[in-house]
Design a protein around this ligand. Sequence first.
Ligand code: NAD
Ligand code: USQ
Length: 410
Amino acid sequence: MEEIRVKTIVFGGDGFCGWPTALHLSARGHDIVIVDNLSRRAIDEELGAESLTPIRSIEERIAAWEEISGKRIDFARIDIAQDYEALLKLIGEYRPDSMVHFAEQRAAPYSMKSSAHKRYTVDNNTNATNNVLAAVVESGQDIHLVHLGTMGVYGYGTAGMKIPEGYLDVQVMASEDEQGNQVEPHPVEQQILYPTNPGSIYHMTKVLDQTLFAFYAKNDRLRITDLHQGIIWGTNTAETKLDERLVNRFDYDGDYGTVLNRFLMQAAVGYPLTVHGTGGQTRAFIHIQDMVRCVEIALQNPPQAGDRVKIFNQMTETHRVRDLAELICSITGARMELVPNPRQESPENDLHVTNDTFLDLGLQPTTLSEGLLLEVEETAKRYRDRADMSKIPARSLWNRTTHEGVPPSL
Ligand code: NAD
Ligand code: USQ
């Protein structure tokens, strides 16, 4: 395996995506510092919910990795949204080549629970991102920042076209020149960020992030890649499978559990699959092993200073929620239940997405058909005795009208 010597900070490296990414990059020779404030573990306590898999403390994880791989990962407990000075000091002393930014509150239902949760999510996510960007500028260093964004910035309609990778070519008919004088109408070509249509406070913070990135890339010539990621499924990667102490987290509760992993867990414990509404939502998906590979590919293909933000759609398949539920029922014998949708979403949507960049750069996707059964056996069934059924129902309502039968206007 080709080893490259670069220094990389992984913000949010104790989380579901960050931990396997830190190990994957460490295995490939990156010198890694994980920065995390452990807020996700604190939220587990707030919600009285736990990962289905028995995750170890960050210290134990890192010690186990060193024992198994001989490679050292450092850890700094910093709240990057609150403690700018500590963040700046770390960047100044460590002098990373690149940074991967996962450190945000990432659950849409959690972000919609109350005004306190809305405010926390906006404060945490936008301050975290702005602090990272401002600190890179203040450090004076040339650091490539890779951020984990979301497919959800686009909304989930297709407007009659495949969703492009971030930017949209538009042609407008201009009938005034730049001074405001009337002129013969003529076509003007432009490239704009694809119009946003976030479906939750959480997804909205990723829209705000996009604007921060565009500004800092333009004003400060920062090199930024924004990965518009679909829903992750699966639990472990080649590295987290090496030892039980390295196991990744698996969320199944109504706030943090994402749809496919919830369905896999529900099938394993004999809980009817919780399909919201008619299950007509179509979403983009990617396996966790492909996610870590995509981050590596993005790090290997940075933009140049002065380039616009590079945006990749990090997803490999799209599926309608009820089709996923039917597929899992057919392979496991589970049954599904249509439950009232706690969210404000259109009942049905199609989704067609362009994802050529990663495929062209060599990604070979793990497909649902290869991985689903393995995931049920290796994770969901193995740890099903740890499940707390009372945490399965989704209780976070988007608004009162959602449950009063008033159709949402989307
Ligand atoms: P996670 O909650 O498991 O991990 C996030 C980590 O960041 C946690 O360990 C948390 O403690 C840390 N963190 C949060 N705020 C912080 C702060 N202010 N300072 C320092 N650390 C902080 O989430 P995840 O599933 O690993 O998601 C990581 C990123 O990927 C998120 O930005 C999310 O939006 C994006 N993403 C996730 C998915 C998915 O399906 N899980 C899909 C698309 C995009
Ligand atoms: N859903 C069900 N039943 C469930 C859970 C969810 O039908 O038990 C439905 C939801 O109503 C929704 C869809 O499944 O229509 C997806 O829900 P989700 O919780 O799996 O995904 P989402 O809230 O969009 O958020 C997750 C991650 C987030 C990431 C996003 C990528 O938590 O961090 O940004 O996926 S994407 O969806 O592409 O925007």
